[in-house]
Design a protein around this ligand. Structure first.
Ligand code: ADP
Ligand code: MG
Length: 617
């Protein structure tokens, strides 16, 4: 038998490699624009004809190439961006594999004109299917102008499989948008079939978003900014009410590079959770900067996917950053964007704050959670005081507060006795302006009217945050059960439950699995009464059974929300004014006092005018 193995010719090898890098016109657009950025261009023009099938041209004012480099650039594995293997882990440029130009040249007719600013003459080079047809000195402006004609002219099967002009152009627009978003300081223009589609001047991220997506988005942008030891997050997210059903306006950039990452998307969505309708997606453009050594962006040939050293950390940082941004948008004006009037008129925003509120906040729960420095939240710490200022004015005991004269309504004298009917000694205390209604609602005066708090929902929020903090710090306090009960579950349920035992332990559930399907509960978080643990385990199971596969990051939160709801249900009514005040303080020290973890309203504010209206005044 003759030998059959042969080496592929360079030409074929390049064509095969090209298939990985250049799948469609948009991939060539991406590679060429990235090269321009890497070359330090401040102006980049993209010219497209027939969705890139006829022409893709990228012209930049970057540093250009020497005649030798112009030729070298089209060799495979020719790159100016890495010299040693260590460079791979420090890489900050967009491209580095040295494959793009070689790949493009293997499957198209390419002409490049380039000149370095400090040389008189530039170079023109014409390459067709890896073959250099011509190279000559050429008079051009500094920078590089690269034309890719008749993409896939020599790979008919590929050309044939290109989608419609509209589809391919959409892909090009997507790439253009991503790159333009990532580099607001660079000016971009896009021409399609001879007409100018975008003319984006150099600016900041906000002007760039507006330039790309239109002026109407401007008022709907909420700034996100967070800095931690691990990473920096900044960008904009859309107001919840602008979320819509079509995906497409969600952008993540890691170290300037657009990436798709379902896990990170999930982190953002979970921060919005009940604020957006099911199956709608908020707009976001988020930039994460972190040590390039901690992220591997090269797990996919087109480099849109990433792997992190620590996904979970990124997840929680991201989620916290968005939550805080949204919270701030809900309750306090921010310097970088103008609030619509419906927001500025919210009582939460328009009410003043007293010193007691501030000191309450300083010793409050928020403060304790965030005082562990170098966390994503820590930046929020100073701000949360500011938020208090804008947040609300709970009228407490007027004697101990320096309130504005009109800050509270007249005190009904009967309240103290109403609250504590059988205990006259209490009426000697300063009059409380809180009223427990039917044991379930707590009414209190605020500057603009009356606030009605649903007590068990307030507890739900409070417990949830306590548990979450315990979970995050893994310091759940457990109260030991004297005669530990054992519960058994169906085998498949037992399997699920066993999976979350370590997580439950973090919040104080000491459950050990015994036998194949038994669970012995040796300890529960303090505050849980006997018997409740069984119901909680059932709740948790119910969730685990129905959880969707992408809910991994949300799982523990949901579990904790179930536990919190269960705990909240069994609280005795709070009759003591101090206990009521403590509840209010802890509620408003939480990250999202307005909603329970599963999105139910915790309180309403009824305007004074509305109350007067009801009385026909
Ligand atoms: P990579 O970008 O991975 O290095 P490419 O094949 O995309 O590989 O480019 C090869 C080399 O050609 C680059 O490293 C760079 O030195 C040079 N080059 C490509 N495009 C440009 C450009 N627009 N301006 C200046 N130099 C460029
Ligand atoms: Mg490149």
């Amino acid at each position: 038998m003759p030998d059959v193995i042969q080496l592929l010719s360079d030409h074929i090898a390049n064509q095969i490699a090209a298939g990985e890098v250049v799948q469609r016109p948009a991939s060539a657009v991406k590679e060429l624009m990235e090269n321009s950025i890497d070359a330090g261009a401040t102006e980049i023009q993209l010219i497209i004809k027939d969705a890139g099938k006829e022409l893709i041209q990228v012209a930049d004012n970057g540093k250009g190439m020497s005649p030798t480099d112009a030729r070298m650039a089209f060799e495979r594995h020719a790159t100016s961006k890495i010299r040693t293997i260590d460079d791979l882990f420090r890489i900050r440029t967009m491209g580095f594999r040295g494959e793009a130009l070689a790949s493009v040249a293997a499957v198209a007719q390419v002409e490049m004109r380039t000149r370095q600013a400090d040389t008189e003459m530039g170079t023109r080079i014409v390459i067709e299917g890896t073959e250099v047809k011509l190279q000559e000195p050429f008079a051009v402006n500094p920078g590089t102008n690269l034309m890719v004609k008749n993409l896939f002219f020599n790979v008919p099967a590929r050309r044939h499989f290109l989608k419609s002009t509209t589809t391919e152009y959409r892909h090009i627009l997507d790439e253009f948008t991503r790159i333009a978003l990532a580099y607001p300081a660079i000016a971009f223009r896009l021409f399609n079939n001879g007409s100018e589609q975008f003319h984006l001047d150099a600016g900041n991220l906000k002007t760039r978003i507006v330039g790309l997506l239109g002026g109407t988005v401007e008022k709907n942008l909420v700034p996100v900014e967070q800095q931690t030891d691990l990473l920096t997050i900044n960008g904009f997210v859309g107001k919840p009410e602008t979320a819509n059903r079509t995906r497409g306006n969600q952008f993540f950039f890691i170290n300037g590079r657009f990436v798709r990452n379902a896990y990170m998307h999930h982190a953002v969505m979970s921060a919005y959770d009940s604020l957006v309708e099911k199956d709608t997606f908020p707009f976001y453009v988020l930039f994460l900067e972190l040590d390039p050594a901690k992220v591997d962006v090269n797990v996919h040939p087109t480099k849109q996917e990433v792997k992190f050293d620590d996904d979970r950390l990124i997840y929680s940082h991201l989620q916290a950053a968005i939550r805080h941004a949204l919270a701030r948008y809900n309750i306090a004006p921010s310097l970088d964007f103008t609030l619509s009037t419906e927001i500025t008129q919210l009582p939460a925003v328009s009410l003043p704050v007293s010193h007691t509120d501030i000191s309450g906040a300083q010793t409050g729960y928020l403060q304790q959670v965030f005082k562990s420095g170098h966390q994503a939240h820590v930046i929020e710490r100073r701000d949360s005081l500011k938020q208090w200022k804008e947040l609300y004015e709970i009228a407490k005991n007027p004697a101990t507060r320096d309130l504005e004269p009109d800050a509270i309504l007249p005190q009904p004298r009967v309240q103290a006795t109403l609250l504590t009917p059988g205990r006259p000694e209490e009426s000697a205390q300063p009059a409380s302006n809180k009223l427990l209604i039917h044991g379930t609602m707590l009414a209190t005066t605020v500057k603009s009217g009356m606030m009605l708090i649903q007590v068990s929902r307030a507890y739900e929020r409070i417990w949830f945050e306590r548990l979450l903090a315990q979970f995050n710090n893994a310091d759940g306090v457990s109260q030991q059960i004297l005669f530990p009960p054992t519960y058994s579950f169906a085998p498949q349920d037992a399997l699920l439950l066993r999976e979350v035992l370590p997580d439950l332990r973090r919040v104080g559930f000491e459950i050990v699995s015994s036998g194949t399907d038994g669970f012995t509960v040796q300890g529960v978080p303090s505050g849980i009464s006997s018997g409740e643990e069984k119901e909680i385990m059932e709740d948790v199971l119910e969730y685990l059974k129905h959880e969707s596969t992408d809910a991994v990051g949300k799982r523990m939160e949901f579990v904790l929300a179930r536990v919190a709801a269960r705990l909240a249900r069994s609280r005795p009514p709070i009759t003591q004014p101090e206990a009521q005040q403590a509840l209010i303080d802890e509620l408003f020290g939480s990250t999202r006092p307005e909603y329970t973890p599963d999105g139910k309203k915790v309180f309403v504010i009824i305007k004074k005018e509305a109350l007067e209206d009801m009385l026909g005044q």
